[in-house]
Structure formats: structure tokens, C-alpha cells
Design a protein around this ligand. Sequence first.
Ligand SMILES: *[C@@H]1O[C@H](CO)[C@@H](O)[C@H](O)[C@H]1NC(C)=O
Ligand SMILES: *[C@@H]1O[C@H](CO)[C@@H](O)[C@H](O)[C@H]1NC(C)=O
Ligand SMILES: *[C@@H]1O[C@H](CO)[C@@H](O)[C@H](O)[C@H]1NC(C)=O
Ligand SMILES: *[C@@H]1O[C@H](CO)[C@@H](O)[C@H](O)[C@H]1NC(C)=O
Ligand SMILES: *[C@@H]1O[C@H](CO)[C@@H](O)[C@H](O)[C@H]1NC(C)=O
Length: 470
Amino acid sequence: MYKTISLLWVRLLMSLIFLFGEVHVSAFLGITWGRSSAQTFVPSMVVDLLLQNGISDMRIFQPSLNVLDAFANTDIAITITLQPNYLANVKEQKHIDNFLYERVKSYVDKGVKFRYVYVGNEPFLKVTTSKKRVNADVHFLNMTRYALDSFNFPDIKVTTPHFTDCLLNVTKPSEGDFREDIKEKMIEMIDYIDKTGGPFVLNIFPIYTVSRYGFDVEFSFFDNKSKFKIVDGNNIYKNVFTFLYDTLVSALTKAGYGQMEIVIGQIGWPTDGYMSASEENAERFYRGLFQYMAKKKGTPLRPNRDISMYVISLTDENTNSLESGAYMRHWGIYKLDGKPKYKIDFTMQDRETKPTAARGIVKMPKRWCVFDGKTDHNKTLVVQDYEYACDDSDCSAFGAGASCDNLSFVQQVSYAYNMRYQMENQNQQKCNLIGAMLTTVNPSTPNCDFPIEILTAEFVDGGSLLTKRF
Ligand SMILES: *[C@@H]1O[C@H](CO)[C@@H](O)[C@H](O)[C@H]1NC(C)=O
Ligand SMILES: *[C@@H]1O[C@H](CO)[C@@H](O)[C@H](O)[C@H]1NC(C)=O
Ligand SMILES: *[C@@H]1O[C@H](CO)[C@@H](O)[C@H](O)[C@H]1NC(C)=O
Ligand SMILES: *[C@@H]1O[C@H](CO)[C@@H](O)[C@H](O)[C@H]1NC(C)=O
Ligand SMILES: *[C@@H]1O[C@H](CO)[C@@H](O)[C@H](O)[C@H]1NC(C)=O
């Protein structure tokens, strides 16, 4: 009896859904998980974190098999990326067919949910476009779409994420347009993505934009404390997010795609490595961002919108590229030891609460490799070893305004020696530099943490060259 009734309800609901053509789902809040660090969380730990915090979506940077495995039957939607280093080896359709069969089709069969396949990554980045590396284009997008269609996955959309420097450097959103040197290729790509139902994905790093444009850093935040604002006709912009979003809306409108859906591919605030990169500011940034998003007010050019976004990032990445700045290693909402850094409420109810700590993390023993500080060492050689240790590990907390910017010389050498030792899993052979010694006394200062890394038990993907690093 109950069964009959519930079946009836299901049928009724289904017919309602078909009646209205589509289920109108609200926007999603996702998080990115980059794994460019010496020790990474075990994928099942990450699933646990997302479930505990009610996060529905995750973007990963490589479709590594062991990561996908952990997401079976979780209802967390995954976005994967076909990285440029992968695309460079794609010569014909069957390469993409086979890859997506292995990494999407067979995982859908196992109960993994996919939202987007990103083809390439930020292909029009100003610093790399001149280098002519293989990256996303319509050809690769089409091959990916073709493969997904052959598996009958019309709901997994293909698109490519773009960085804000695909837009002209303008003073008002209404002047928004794509950069001249990439405009033709960009519009060709937009046309394809739009026709096949994908969104325009824009990555926004407010800390980068305010410094590049020379804006007041307060303009990054959503709490109206910025004295600087941008007046554009009747519209007033009080923060960099609405400014950039509407600049993109103008660019899309001029290209003839004014209605195209926009998804924020990455947005966040780093906690170290740069002036104003701090836990306090990250907490403040997300609080304002989520309050603003929860109101679904949209922007002056697109009012009353529920905006989908991925926040960057789950954890710090101590081997991430430093090309755009030291803060690129400090996006994590979690530290590398699985502890949350600050308060953030992923349910967007503005609760004053820290997310739950990762469960099942085991830290390595309380042991540090430090410089003994003796003055009879040859200083030239000490400096050489210090620089070597930094290059081989992570000294991104040293820059001006960063957490370790005022260490003494001896402390700096210790920090570098220790980072190398920790990132090499406390291998004693790595504490073999001039004047190096092991200690059980924590050398951290009030501002500068000398971290102990975690034990990682992760088996990465059979060690394939393409996916190993991620
Ligand atoms: C996409 O691929 C299909 C099948 O190979 C082809 O017929 C079509 O012309 C392609 N479209 C574009 C825009 O390249
Ligand atoms: C961008 O424009 C601002 C003025 O709006 C200017 O100060 C800044 O130097 C420009 N940056 C670049 C990289 O062109
Ligand atoms: C900022 O100002 C806008 C109106 O200009 C208002 O809707 C919003 O609530 C304010 N936000 C805060 C945090 O004061
Ligand atoms: C320190 O080492 C450098 C490089 O090996 C060498 O050139 C220099 O003579 C040494 N200085 C002293 C005081 O031994
Ligand atoms: C470093 O600066 C902080 C404040 O920014 C201060 O509290 C601390 O004492 C300084 N440490 C050293 C070693 O100067």
C-alpha cells in the first residue's frame, strides 16, 4: 500500500518535471581540490570532509583513478579537467574516447556523478599565449562533446575555464570586452560552448585584480568598507567581484552571447605569501561573499541571480607554481595537516563556525630539522644550502607581508632546512646540509609556523606520468 502510494507520488513528480521541461535547480557551491603538495589527503578523507560540511561539488585538476573511486555513490558532483599536458598527446578522436571511457563512463557506472569536463585550462592567459602551448580550442571541445554524446551523457557539459585577464583592463564594466589579441578565438569558443549548453567559466582572484589594477584592497571585500567605488552610469560597484562579473557580462553581450550562463570557476582569498593575505582577511572575504551570494541579488547587469561558484581551495599546495605569486601556495581553507584555518559556513547560513577538521589524519613525529646557528660555518656555503633547501621545498612564507617575513638569518636557514626535511617525509638523509641538526624543540615563532607534515598513505594512480603530480 505504502509502496503504491509512494510510486504514485514519484510518477506525479516525474510528470511535473517533464511538464516544466527541466528541473530548476538552484546554484551550486563547490570547492576545488588541487593536489600539488608533497603530502596529500587521502581521497576518502576529502569525501568525508565534503559530506560533513554539506559541500555538493568539487573540481579536481586531474581525473586520477584513485580520487574518482572515492566519490562513488556520494552524490557529490565532480568536475574534471583535461589538462594541456594531456591534450598535447591527443591526436585523434579515439584517444579522447578511450580516456573518457576509462575516467568518466566506467565511473558513472560505479555511481560517480560528473558535472563538467573542463577542456584545457585558461588558454588565453596573457603570460602563456605567446608560448604557443597546446591548450583548449573548439576542436578539442568538440572531440570531448562527441565522446560524451557517444556514452549518452548529454548532461555532462563541456567548457573551458578562463582567467580574468581574458578581459580588457577597463575602468567601468560597460567598457568590458575581450582582449583584442584573443577575441576571435574566444568568440569561436564561446559560440561552441553556448551551442552545446555549457557555461562561461571565469576564475576570479580578487587579491590579484586589486593589485594589478591598483585598487584599494578594501574593494575586494563585501562589507562596504571600501571608500573606492566605481560609478558606471546608474550603476555603482562597491567590490571587485561585481565589477569583474559585469565586465564579463558586457563582453559577452558585445559578442552576441548576453544570455550565456556564467559560473565562477575559482574564487577565494589566500592566507599567506602576500600583503593582506591572512586568515582574518580570508574569513572576512568568504563571510561577505557568502552573505552576498545567499541573498541572490545578482549584479547591476544581471539582477536576481543565484550564482554558482567553486571556492579555492580545500588545502594549501606547497609545490604549486609560484608564477603568479607566493600566495598561490596558500589558498587552503584547510592547512596541510587537515585543520581548518578559520570560520566559514559552507551552508551559507552565516553561522560563526569553523568547518570540521579532517578525520583520520596522522601527523609525523614532533621532530624538526634546524640550523645550529654556529658562526664557524663558511657562510657562503650556508647560504648556498639555504637556497638549495628553499628551491627543493617551499619558502613561500618569506615574502614581504607574509607570515615569516621577519625571521633572523639563522631562523630563515632553519625554516628552509625544516621544510625540505618535512616535505621529504622526515627522511633523516635530507637533514644533511651545513650545520643541520634534528631537534624535538618546536622552532616556530608567534607568527611563523614551522610545520610538521602528515603521513600520507595515498597510492597515486599507478604513477602515470600524466596524473602523478596531481
Ligand atoms: C564536431 O565533430 C563532428 C564529428 O566529428 C563533426 O561532424 C562536426 O563538424 C564538428 N564540429 C565542429 C564545430 O568542429
Ligand atoms: C590597468 O588600468 C589601471 C587604471 O584603471 C592602471 O592603473 C593599471 O596600470 C593598468 N594595468 C595594466 C596591467 O594595464
Ligand atoms: C552594503 O550595501 C548594500 C547596499 O548598498 C546593502 O544591501 C548591503 O547589505 C551592505 N552590506 C553590508 C555588509 O553592510
Ligand atoms: C667558503 O666557500 C667558498 C666556496 O667553496 C670558498 O670559495 C671560500 O674560500 C670559503 N671561505 C672560507 C673563509 O673558507
Ligand atoms: C615580527 O613581527 C611581529 C609583528 O608583525 C612581531 O610581533 C614579532 O615580534 C616580530 N618578530 C621579530 C623576530 O622581529
